[in-house]
Ligand binder design. Structure first.
Ligand SMILES: NC(=O)c1ccc[n+]([C@@H]2O[C@H](COP(=O)([O-])OP(=O)(O)OC[C@H]3O[C@@H](n4cnc5c(N)ncnc54)[C@H](OP(=O)(O)O)[C@@H]3O)[C@@H](O)[C@H]2O)c1
Length: 252
């Protein structure tokens, strides 16, 4: 049984592509008010026309943008659910060859961006009385792998922050959920990480049915529409072909 869906409102970051965009669609289909956040305004405007979500272009790691977002969302009626999906990976270098620029990008968006949005919206979520924060981390935040150091470090940090927040906010009846997917085939994730289409395609080559953005969005939708006293602390979701981080079955 789901909560009363009247007046449910979420802010979803990472809404211009992949898992975030699919999550906006899933929650709009449930009748929620959705504020869709990412940097690319053109993609958000298209999503707004197609779904009725409210486009709110912003860089989640920029303090001025976060302040503006808070003011605009407050003026539009506020939210009870914050869904932090914006993030990603840059590079697959071993620690010995690490690019400082890539590591800074990953820490800035996955960790500081999630923290800044959460910090800004916490008073609103507490005041609501039945607030929810959902952080989209990764199995990269649970197991390290060779060439994953920078992304592992950022996602482990986001995972730790999520656990701390759950402990800190339980007294405020704030539900804090972590969804940690394994291999998800989205249009841009591997392309942005590796920089070219050929390398990006190899990530999924021979893998029978990697997860889709829709698969993950379904889990997010389930987690945030469950009755409020039900807290899915951490949901790990992988394709069957990925029995563990180190065991990815490729054919051909
Ligand atoms: N794909 C996978 O295999 C996988 C697996 C596990 C976890 N994840 C995690 O799932 C999340 C979504 O991944 P995805 O596959 O959907 O990747 P994606 O398609 O590359 O989406 C990333 C989203 O983050 C937004 N974003 C990046 N930097 C931002 C910033 N500074 N401010 C605001 N928005 C920003 C991007 O929009 P703009 O560029 O328009 O700003 C985009 O909408 C990420 O946190 C990723 O680490 C992905």
């Amino acid at each position: 049984m789901t909560e009363d869906l009247q007046n449910k409102a979420a802010l979803v970051t990472g809404a211009s592509s992949g898992i975030g965009e699919a999550t906006v669609r899933a929650l709009r289909a449930e009748g929620w008010t959705v504020f869709a956040v990412a940097r690319r305004a053109d993609r958000l405007t298209a999503l707004e026309s197609g779904t009725g979500a409210v486009a709110m272009p912003a860089d989640i790691a920029e303090d001025d943008d976060v302040s503006r977002l808070l003011a605009d969302v407050t003026a539009a009626g506020g939210i009870d659910t914050l869904i932090n999906i914006a993030g990603g990976a840059r590079g697959a270098d071993k620690v010995g060859d690490a690019s400082t620029e890539d590591w800074e990008w990953m820490y800035r968006v996955n960790v500081l961006g999630t923290m800044k949005l959460t910090r800004a919206f916490l008073p609103m979520l507490r005041a609501h009385g039945r607030g929810t924060v959902l952080n989209l981390t990764s199995t990269a935040g649970l197991d390290a792998y060779e060439g994953g150091g920078g992304y592992n470090a950022a996602k482990f940090a986001q995972h730790a922050m999520t656990n701390a927040l759950r402990l800190e906010e339980a007294e405020n009846n704030l539900r804090v959920i972590e969804v940690a997917p394994g291999l998800v085939q989205t249009e841009e994730f591997a392309l942005n990480r590796l920089g070219n289409a050929q390398a990006a395609q190899k990530v999924y080559q021979g893998v029978a049915e990697p997860l889709t953005a829709g698969d993950v969005a379904d889990v997010v939708r389930y987690a945030v529409t469950a009755p409020h006293h039900v807290n899915l602390d951490q949901v790990v979701i992988r394709p069957v072909a990925q029995a563990a981080t180190h065991k990815l079955i490729r054919k051909g």
